[in-house]
Design a protein around this ligand. Structure first.
Ligand SMILES: [Zn+2]
Length: 185
């Protein structure tokens, strides 16, 4: 598990300030943009509605996601040979945080923690969904591709029902982007 210090200026999900309310209650954004934060070496989560930073993260699960590359930004990377933020994944915010074997649920007025799987020292597909066989790896290299691409087949990825994005320091397999490809009919 993660033991190093958080980078300077890291705003955790817990520390993120609510910027919207729904029926009087503060809520987190529904739809977010996630990109790799190169300075802090983590993920930045942007509220897609307001365009404001919501929090930083090491692992985010998005549903109903789209992969976007802004071509002008990509051209600038090629020209200047310097990284800039022009590629991101936008989706419905489903889950955030380290891989965990437990979840929380509401029982009446009580919030209780419960285990989602029985695996012991290791991890399984329940506690690390992105290790499941329905997931494939993806990545983005502005010098080689105009889009995010599948790790192995190098085919473009434009959207996915379910995506897990992780920074380099998260536990488990080394890929940063896991996605479920569209089912073949
Ligand atoms: Zn497990």
């Amino acid at each position: 598990m993660r033991e190093r210090e958080e980078p300077k200026g890291f705003i955790s999900w817990v520390a993120a300030k609510d910027r919207k309310t729904y029926k009087g209650c503060p809520v987190a954004p529904d739809r977010v943009k996630v990109y790799f934060n190169l300075q802090k070496d983590c993920l930045s989560v942007i509220d897609a509605e307001t365009g404001l930073l919501y929090c930083h993260s090491h692992r985010v699960e998005l549903h109903n996601a789209k992969f976007r590359v802004q071509e002008a930004g990509r051209q600038r990377v090629i020209r200047e040979k310097r990284k800039n933020v022009h590629a991101y994944i936008i989706g419905d915010w489903h889950n955030e945080g380290e891989v965990s074997k437990t979840r929380f649920r509401k029982r009446g007025e009580i919030i209780e923690e419960y285990r989602i799987c029985e695996c012991e020292d290791d991890y399984c597909e329940k506690c690390v969904p992105e290790s499941g066989e329905e997931f494939r790896g993806g990545y983005y290299n502005p010098y080689k591709y105009k889009t995010f691409v599948d790790d192995i087949e190098k085919t473009p990825i434009f959207k996915s029902e379910r995506v897990v994005v992780r920074d380099k320091t998260a536990v488990g397999p080394h890929y940063n982007i896991f996605y479920t490809p569209k089912k073949k009919k």
